[in-house]
Design a protein around this ligand. Structure first.
Ligand code: PEP
Length: 253
C-alpha cells in the first residue's frame, strides 16, 4: 500500500519566533487529534529546521523536510546546504525541483538528477516536483511535458532508488493562484504519470509510489482532490502556514 502524505511548503515565510509557534501548534494538534493514517511533513526554511526538529521530537508520523539541498556533498559552495547536513539532525524529506526553484534559480532537469542523487545517498526522501506552465496546459501537451521532466531527471535511477522517491504534481498555473486543478484533471495527470513510471520501472513499483497534488489546496477542496484513486496526498503552500488549515487538510483523508 502506498503512503498517504501531506507536506507543507512554508517557502520563504515566517521569522524565527513565528516558525517556532507554527511548529508547536502543529505538533500539539497532531498529538491531540491522534493523526495516524497519514504521514505529515513540514518543510520550513533552513533557519527553522533544527528548532522544529526539537519540537517535533518523536511525534509519530510527523516529519521534517527541507525545501532544497545542494547537488554537491561538501566543499567551497558558499551559501549551500548539503543533504548530509540535513540528515545529520534528523530531517527525513527534501522538496526538489519546485517550480519556483526551476524558474527563479534556473534549476534544470539535469541538476535535479544530481540533487536527487545527493538526497538518496543521505537517506532523505526526495519530494520531486513536476508540473506544466499555463501555456503548455492550454496547448494540450501537458502530459508529454511532465512525463519528460520525470524521464530526464529520474529515469537513470535504479528501481530500488525510484521506489524511495515521492512525486508531487504541481501545475504551475495553480500554485499560489487560488485556482486549483479540478480533481479530474489531477487524477488524469497522476494516472498518466503512474503509467509512465510503470513503463520504465514496472507496475508493481509504480503502484507503490506516492504521487501528491500541489496547487492551491485548502481545507475546502482537499477532500475532493484526495478522493481520487491516484492522488496520494498533497504538497501544500499557503495553507500550510496556518496550523488549523494544515491539520484540516491532513484530516481530509
Ligand atoms: C507550493 O508552493 O508547493 C504550493 C502548492 O503552493 P500553494 O498551495 O500556495 O498553491
Amino acid at each position: 500500500m502506498r503512503k498517504k502524505i501531506v507536506a507543507g511548503n512554508w517557502k520563504m515565510n515566517l521569522n524565527f519566533e513565528e516558525g517556532q509557534k507554527l511548529t508547536s501548534e502543529i505538533v500539539n494538534m497532531f498529538k491531540d487529534e491522534n493523526l495516524k493514517d497519514v504521514i505529515a511533513v513540514i518543510n520550513p526554511p533552513f533557519v527553522h529546521l533544527y528548532p522544529a526538529k526539537k519540537l517535533i521530537g518523536d511525534t509519530p508520523n510527523l516529519f521534517l523536510g527541507s525545501q532544497n539541498c545542494s547537488d554537491k556533498s561538501s566543499g567551497a559552495y558558499t551559501g549551500e546546504i548539503s543533504a548530509g547536513m540535513l540528515a545529520s539532525f534528523g530531517a527525513k524529506y527534501v522538496i526538489l525541483g519546485h517550480s519556483e526553484r526551476r524558474e527563479f534559480f534556473k534549476e534544470t532537469n539535469e541538476l535535479l538528477t544530481a540533487k536527487t542523487r545527493q538526497a538518496l545517498d543521505n537517506d532523505l526522501t526526495p519530494i520531486f516536483c513536476c508540473g506544466e506552465p499555463l501555456e503548455i496546459r492550454e496547448a494540450g501537451t501537458h502530459e508529454e511535458y511532465v512525463k519528460q521532466q520525470l524521464t530526464e531527471s529520474l529515469f537513470g535511477f535504479s528501481a530500488e532508488e525510484m521506489s524511495k522517491i515521492v512525486i508531487a504534481y504541481e501545475p504551475i498555473w495553480a500554485i499560489g493562484t487560488g485556482r486549483t486543478a479540478s480533481s479530474d484533471q489531477a487524477q488524469q495527470m497522476h494516472a498518466a504519470l503512474r503509467a509512465h513510471l510503470a513503463g520504465k520501472f514496472g507496475s508493481d513499483l509504480a503502484n507503490d509510489i506516492s504521487i501528491l497534488y500541489g496547487g492551491s489546496c485548502n481545507p475546502s477542496n482537499a477532500k475532493e482532490i484526495f478522493s481520487k484513486p491516484d492522488v496520494d496526498g498533497g504538497l501544500i503552500g499557503g495553507a500550510s502556514l496556518k496550523s488549523r488549515d494544515f491539520v484540516e487538510i491532513i484530516k481530509s483523508f
